[in-house]
Ligand binder design. Structure first.
Ligand SMILES: Cc1cc2nc3c(=O)[nH]c(=O)nc-3n(C[C@H](O)[C@H](O)[C@H](O)COP(=O)(O)O)c2cc1C
Length: 385
């Protein structure tokens, strides 16, 4: 395939794979797409190791790194909170509610020799060098590590990338991308200097807005032309890729579809739930990060949805409130029929309904391309000649 995006990045297919797993990133770059490593929970040391590993795996093929620096953030006014500041801000009612869930579902404590390491817990604390998770303070060192490597593309989720990020990426001659859930956000990104917009619709796994991809993608394409747009949210197969390209996108950015691949480190119990889930089995919930994120329905989301339970806190309070609980759930979910198994869930989009076969990430790319070609040919045949 050949268009602005494939030319800009020197890739064979404009298929971008967002993943926290380095194996998925490498597999997709090797298959001709562009793997993008989600670095939010990486410590600087781990990021260094993973980028070196990816580069050794993929040779001279390109890859990207994704950071999360939100536009709005509790503590911004005072220059950002530390993890300890944030722990002080969590109301007792919320702590008791989380404890109550763990008690009622009989989720065991962590063994004494196992510290809390979960995403949002000490893992993120280390990633940010003591700064709060999802903050510019945490993302700065990660950015410098990405730029010290051959990272071709740096993307940012959750609002306009901070100017320092855009400037540094450009100074190093790399490309910068940003996610947008509304056309007006995409316009702002472009004014700030973003090179590639990722128009991510409501169907998407993870943090997501309220506008469906079918409506959002053409709006964004028109708003930012000639800046290239990747379609995201609800894209996991070739027909969906063809639809996004028909809407004016120059490529696709997929996150959910890799979660059930052989390479993904998704919790085995959650992977199994995903393989059997339907497209109706996700919801947008603030229960993990404090911002609306699409995830698999489970006893965990039911508990937070109930009218008599507290509303989730904002970011970054909610991820810190729930980090150790999530770690306990993950650890205990392996026991079939356990409360932890019922609670276990993870971010995933509505395409989970068609993620029902085990495949390699490479196979996902090739199947997507085959079906894309079939769809494009089928559409072409419907034109009168
Ligand atoms: C498990 C998971 C974690 C995600 N984490 C991030 C993240 O850290 N940064 C980011 O930019 N996007 C994140 N996203 C969103 C993806 O980048 C992507 O936009 C989205 O998955 C596209 O929609 P899809 O899930 O329908 O493929 C995440 C998505 C999933 C499924």
């Amino acid at each position: 395939m050949r268009n602005t995006v494939t030319d800009l990045l020197g890739i064979e297919f404009p298929i971008f794979a967002f993943s926290h797993c380095r194996d998925v990133v490498a597999a997709v770059s090797k298959a001709g797409g562009l793997g993008v490593l989600g670095a939010v929970a990486h410590t600087p040391e781990q990021l260094e190791i993973d980028l070196a590993w990816i580069e050794a795996e993929i040779g001279d093929r390109p890859y990207g790194v994704d950071l999360i620096v939100p536009a709005k953030y509790a503590g911004d006014e005072s220059g950002g909170y530390s993890i300890e500041d944030i722990r002080q801000l969590i109301p007792a009612e919320h702590q008791e509610f989380v404890e109550d869930i763990l008690r009622r579902y009989e989720v065991p404590e962590l063994p004494a020799d196992e510290g809390d390491e979960g995403a949002g817990g000490r893992g993120l604390e280390r990633a940010g060098g003591g700064a709060a998770p999802f903050s510019a303070t945490a993302a700065g060192p990660q950015l410098e590590i990405a730029l010290a490597h051959r990272t071709a593309f740096v993307a940012n989720a959750l609002g306009p990338p901070p100017q320092f990020l855009i400037d540094r990426v450009k100074e190093e001659g790399r490309l910068v991308g940003a996610l947008a859930g509304k056309a007006v956000h995409a316009e702002r990104h472009v004014q700030a200097g973003v090179d590639i917009i990722i128009a991510q619709g409501y169907e998407a796994g993870g943090h997501t807005g309220e506008i469906g991809s079918m409506v959002l993608i053409p709006e964004v394409v028109d708003a930012v032309a000639p800046v290239p747009v990747l379609g995201a949210g609800g894209i996991g197969r070739g027909r969906q890729m063809a639809a996004a390209m028909a809407l004016g996108a120059q490529g696709v950015w997929c996150g959910s579809v890799w979660l059930t691949t052989d390479e993904a480190e998704t919790h085995p119990v959650v992977k199994e739930k995903m393989l059997h889930a339907t497209s109706a089995d996700t919801l947008r919930s603030r229960s993990l990060t404090g911002k609306h994120a699409r995830m698999l329905k489970s006893a965990w989301t039911e508990e937070w949805e109930r009218a008599d339970t507290p509303d989730p806190l904002g970011m970054p309070l909610q991820p810190i409130l729930t980090a150790v609980a999530q770690q306990r759930i993950s650890r205990a979910a392996f026991t079939a029929g356990s409360g932890a198994e019922k609670l276990a869930n993870y971010f995933v989009g509505q395409v989970v309904g068609t993620m029902n076969q085990r495949k390699s990430a490479r196979q996902v790319v090739f199947d997507m391309i085959d079906e894309f070609i079939e769809s494009a040919e089928q559409l072409a045949r419907q034109l009168e000649t």
